[in-house]
Design a protein around this ligand. Structure first.
Ligand SMILES: [Zn+2]
Length: 515
């Protein structure tokens, strides 16, 4: 239980699977799940485990994933592996797997872990057993219903929001990744039960969507908000737009729960990004959202200069906990990554901020005009939640298909540097001006073999699209929480060793699955 400056007590639940850092997208690929392990290790060494409950989440089942994704897409993700890609040429094209989104060892297990944490966090919030739930392995906002995109395969955010919608009338999604939160926007484009707000670089940049004029459609008109930004935005400018926009959204929409995607590629010096935020500038968004005292699901996302990703999410964990942590980094397993200064905070660069005050004010004014068009706090008739764990029988309206990105563009195309061919060097992860490989031996970061691949459930027939599920308040309490056995794990969190172990023990036998 964290005690806050405002006297409000918050309980924080944190989801982490000790295996997540082993998954490896491939040589030279900027997305490195290892950053999640670095984050975890750093925050453990800051002692933050003492103030929160640490869970290893259940792994999402295919049935849970098909609450949003199409059956054939999820079936494909289960089957595909590096050794059989030649048998799936057609499917790989169709599902956009191969380039930005490669086939790697344990791909589906990785998706299960990422989604499992976000859904478990949502369930925890629904049960009012946490005020803030954290899953840094989540936030994979580009994944589409039947398509991988931008390093994302399964959209844990959509699945988490669908879970929150079982208990909450209105859910606000906020995205501070440098890239547009297109997958989440698309899923909820036609419903007023989810408002999506994305701040992102716009203009010749992946994924190409997120225009100011994209405001939602049908019942969802005015419930999508996009703030397009130019290169080099700094802390002060970001604060100048984020706070008033979110304040207005809170006032008009009155959400009952918030999902905050904390993509760290909006930080200064990111390998793929071009913003100029410090950790403080980034984390002020977390701090600001927290002040509204709503249930918050805090998720990761992008972030490609991995030493800074670990810094950022460890720091944001401390913000969630209302706990001051020193700028001097504690010794940790990946200490050599953080040289030469070994400090927590990072300095913004002297790059030009191409977002003038005039530009930002103009966009803000336009967005406020849209917000005024929104009816105050729309409501639908909530129906009693019955049959926990029953299959979802809501209709699939396919409304969310109405808006799709025009064409695929590569997220890796914005990779600013030539990847180091030495895959074991952490300098592969570093952006320009970053630290150089100091010769310290690196840990090998290969994925383990995917040993417990799931058997496909042929009875899997639940294909409810997110928009449909969201509109009909009859959603059943399908996905679930690790059972009591898993919850007990939180009680073994009092020592650091145990906290580490906590992220490493066996998955509960009766994993939460839709029955
Ligand atoms: Zn991103």
């Amino acid at each position: 239980m964290a005690f806050t400056t405002d006297g409000y007590k918050r309980k924080i639940c944190y989801y982490y699977d000790g295996d997540v850092g082993n998954y490896y997208y491939g040589q030279g690929h900027p997305m490195k799940p290892h950053r999640i392990r670095m984050t975890h290790n750093l925050l453990l060494n800051y002692g933050l485990y003492r103030k929160m409950e640490i869970y290893r989440p259940h792994k999402s089942s295919p049935e849970e994933m098909t609450k949003y994704h199409s059956d054939d897409y999820i079936k494909f993700l289960q089957q595909i592996r590096p050794g059989n890609t030649t048998d799936f040429n057609k499917e790989m094209q169709r599902f956009n797997v191969g380039e930005d989104c490669p086939v790697f060892d344990g791909l589906f297990e990785f998706c299960r872990i990422s989604s499992g944490g976000s859904v478990a966090g949502a369930v925890k919030l629904n049960k009012q057993q946490a005020d803030i739930a954290i899953n840094w392995a989540g936030g994979l906002h580009h994944a589409k219903k039947s398509e991988a995109s931008g390093f994302c395969y399964v959209n844990d955010i959509v699945l988490g929001i669908l879970e929150l919608l079982k208990y909450h009338q209105r859910v606000l999604y906020i995205d501070i990744d440098i890239h547009h939160g297109d997958g989440v926007e698309e899923a909820f484009y036609t419903t007023d039960r989810v408002m999506t707000v994305s701040f992102h670089k716009y203009g010749e940049y992946f994924p190409g969507t997120g225009d100011l004029r994209d405001i939602g459609a049908g019942k969802g008109k005015y419930y999508s908000l996009n703030f397009p930004l130019r290169d080099g935005i700094d802390d002060e400018s970001y604060s100048m737009i984020f706070k008033p926009v979110i304040t207005k959204v809170m006032e008009m929409y009155q959400p009952q729960a918030v999902v905050l995607q904390c993509g760290a590629d909006s930080l200064s010096g990111d390998r793929l990004g071009c913003f100029n935020l410090s950790l403080k500038g980034h984390a002020q968004c977390v701090e600001f959202v927290k002040k509204f005292n709503l249930p918050v699901l805090l998720l990761g996302g992008g972030g490609y200069t991995i030493r800074n990703v670990a810094r950022c999410w460890a720091y944001e964990t401390s913000i969630a906990l209302d706990c001051d942590i020193p700028n001097e980094l504690p010794y940790n397993d990946y200490f050599e990554y953080f040289g030469p200064d070994f400090k927590l905070h990072i300095q913004p660069s002297n790059m030009q901020n191409q977002n003038t005050s005039d530009y930002l004010e103009k966009i803000k004014t336009r967005l406020f005009e849209n917000l005024r068009m929104m009816p105050h706090a729309p409501g639908v008739q909530m129906q009693p939640i019955v049959d926990d764990g029953a299959p979802d029988d809501t209709e699939d309206t396919e409304d969310n298909e109405a808006k799709t990105a025009d064409q695929r563009i590569s997220i890796r195309a914005s990779d600013k540097r030539v990847a180091n061919e030495n895959e074991y060097s952490d300098s592969e992860d570093e952006g320009e001006g970053g630290r150089r490989n100091n010769g310290t031996p690196r840990k090998k970061m290969r994925a383990g073999s995917p040993s417990d691949r799931m058997v496909i459930d042929e009875d899997c027939t639940t294909t409810a699209a997110a928009a449909a599920t969201a509109t009909a308040a009859t959603a059943k309490n399908g996905a679930a929480e690790p059972p009591a056995a898993a919850e007990k794990e939180a009680e073994t969190k009092t020592t650091k060793e145990e906290a580490v172990k906590n992220g490493d023990h066996e998955e509960p036998k009766v994993a939460a699955e839709v029955s």
